[in-house]
Design a protein around this ligand. Structure first.
Ligand SMILES: Nc1ncnc2c1ncn2[C@@H]1O[C@H](COP(=O)(O)OP(=O)(O)OP(=O)(O)O)[C@@H](O)[C@H]1O
Length: 217
């Protein structure tokens, strides 16, 4: 699905490198949680995989047909440009040139937010906005969904709903998921693999192996 080979990256293009010789292969159908300390380069690695930025060295190959992206939580409350949930999704629908307007309600239904079409984005709670961002990312039926800290600023109930939903679309619809996580419980109980990034390098392991390593420290 996605393969990074000998990936080097620094924001200046010069040493020292933030990412140093990353080799990562993620097969279709996996649910990979990317863990690591603040500043270890998790979001940067996601931006590289999404081709938003170019690697300083190495290569990235992706076989994903369509990628949905849920960025780090945004605060819509102070927006100078108030926009309803429907408008937010409809503009994205137009961008993707999806003709069927029913897609908007169908996607909102999937995340349990169909009653919120007329709500202003700025009036939604953290969990509600995150669900809307997930609904938006699912437009166009992606085969790969990339999320950056989906549970930040989200209460426990909404976290349970969001992770339950992500696990469901991974297991039932076969959508590959790569999710930057600080939530250890969620990573261990939901993902099929964990990618641990530290000191510019990473290693892939099972949630079980990760938990064993974590609790031995
Ligand atoms: N656009 C940028 N230009 C220069 N440096 C940046 C840029 N974006 C991030 N950095 C730096 O790169 C390093 C890694 O940032 P990144 O956001 O990838 O880490 P992270 O592991 O996702 O962190 P966190 O867990 O805090 O979200 C940090 O030192 C950050 O300051």
């Amino acid at each position: 699905m996605i393969k990074a080979e000998n990936l080097f990256f620094s924001y200046t293009g010069l040493p020292p490198y933030l990412l140093e010789g990353i080799n990562l292969q993620i097969c279709g159908g996996e649910y990979v949680s990317v863990m690591g300390e603040n500043g270890s380069g998790k979001s940067t690695l996601m931006r590289l995989l999404l081709k938003f930025i170019k690697p300083t060295g190495g290569s990235i190959a992706s076989q994903a047909k369509r990628i949905g992206y849920v960025p780090q939580k945004k605060d819509f409350s102070n927006s100078d440009f108030p926009i309803t949930v429907y408008e937010a999704l409809n503009s994205y629908r137009k961008l993707l040139r999806i003709k069927n307007k029913d897609t908007i309600v169908e996607n909102l239904e999937q995340v349990g937010m169909s009653g919120f079409t007329g709500a202003l984005m700025g009036t939604l709670s953290g969990g509600q906005s995150q669900k809307i961002l997930i609904a938006r990312a699912l437009m166009g039926a992606p085969d790969l969904l990339v999320l950056d800290e989906p549970s930040t600023g989200v209460d426990r109930k909404s976290q349970r709903e969001i992770y339950g939903f992500l696990k469901k679309i991974n297991q039932e619809n076969g959508i590959t998921i790569i999710s930057v996580e600080h939530n250890l419980d969620a990573a261990i109980s939901n993902s099929t693999l964990i990618y641990h990034l530290t000191g510019g390098q990473g290693h892939l392991c099972t949630p079980r192996q990760y938990a064993d390593e974590f609790f031995q420290k």
